[in-house]
Design a protein around this ligand. Structure first.
Ligand code: C2E
Ligand code: MG
Ligand code: MG
Ligand code: MG
Length: 279
């Protein structure tokens, strides 16, 4: 009986697995030519000072306009690109385009760029970052590289070595999606991050979960004592912002400040500051 069920399961699942696999292969193939066909572009998401509402910088978020599928989410295609060599030229394209754009902004705000763990294993990311800073003329302190703990999971000592060399260039290093992984606290001990970004999942639950509140409070206090300023991700409401302002969480990012947009605007600052002040 078990055998028959087993076969039944296999029959039921195989076509689906084939489909997922074929789907993945198709995306992989299209990703290989996405850059040369000009299908990639950036959206910019503002980051604000929690107290004043002043916009202090923008995070570059990658978008892919697929010829037949429309705009594909990075949550879908980045993991696929990471499974092939495609992530390397794509990551390089993002870095170069983001730095070029930022070098021309009307205010010298911070430009945050996400790095994939794979970019740490292939080629010399330090050489690449250095070359792009020279090429674009962007001052190193304006560039903030966002890494997730995936970077540190594989080979901790080589990752730390690379991070130290990046820091020596003068760029900032932020720990992204903090609180969602396994041993984040030990990473904070091994490397002096310039910033910690608390994951949006905790912010989302602030109003409903006393636990989330306690965790956010503790992470902000931890960042303060480790001299690592905090950015809260996924801030959508004035209530969330008020709680974070009270804790002295330095920066906020999320729909309350602004949605990802193809254009950068520092103008939100005044209206935003007023909106904050009036509540
Ligand atoms: P992330 O770096 O944690 O970026 C934040 C994501 O949360 C973005 O989604 C952003 O649009 C979304 N978000 C921010 N605030 C809010 C909010 O208040 N409400 C809601 N509902 N969503 C919010 P996005 O653009 O889809 O990016 C997803 C992930 O894809 C990023 O997470 C990042 O891990 C990855 N990614 C994006 N661009 C790149 C890139 O250039 N290179 C690499 N390696 N990864 C990238
Ligand atoms: Mg990020
Ligand atoms: Mg994040
Ligand atoms: Mg993320």
């Amino acid at each position: 009986r078990a055998k028959a069920e087993g076969r039944g399961l296999a029959r039921g699942f195989e076509p689906e697995m084939d489909l997922a696999l074929r789907e993945r292969r198709a995306l992989q193939q299209d990703l290989a030519t996405a850059i040369s066909r000009n299908e990639m572009f950036l959206h910019w998401m503002p980051q604000a000072n929690t107290q004043t509402g002043e916009i202090v910088g923008f995070e570059a978020l990658l978008r892919w306009k697929h010829p037949t599928r429309g705009v594909v989410s990075p949550a879908v295609f980045i993991p696929v690109a990471e499974g092939t060599a495609a992530i390397v030229p794509i990551g390089e394209w993002v870095l170069r385009r983001a730095c070029q754009d930022a070098a021309g902004w009307i205010k010298p705000g911070k430009v945050a760029v996400n790095l994939s763990p794979v970019q740490f294993q292939h080629g010399d990311i330090v050489e690449l970052v250095h070359g792009i800073l020279v090429e674009t003329g962007l001052p190193a302190p304006r560039l903030e590289l966002e890494i997730t703990e995936g970077v540190l999971l594989d080979n901790l000592s080589s990752a730390l070595h690379t991070l130290r060399r990046l820091k020596a260039l003068g760029v900032q290093i932020a720990m992204d999606d903090f609180g969602t992984g396994y041993s984040s606290l030990s990473y904070l001990q091994s490397f002096p991050f310039d910033r910690i970004k608390i994951d949006a999942s905790f912010i989302r639950q602030l109003s409903t979960s006393p636990q989330a509140k306690a965790i956010v409070r503790a992470v902000v206090a931890l960042g303060e004592s480790l001299n690592m300023p905090i950015t809260a991700e996924g801030v959508e409401t004035l209530e969330q912002r008020a709680f974070l302002a009270e804790l002295n969480c330095e920066e906020i990012q999320g729909y309350l400040v602004g949605r990802p947009s193809p254009v950068v605007s520092f103008d939100g600052s005044m209206t935003r500051a007023r909106a904050f002040a009036s509540r």
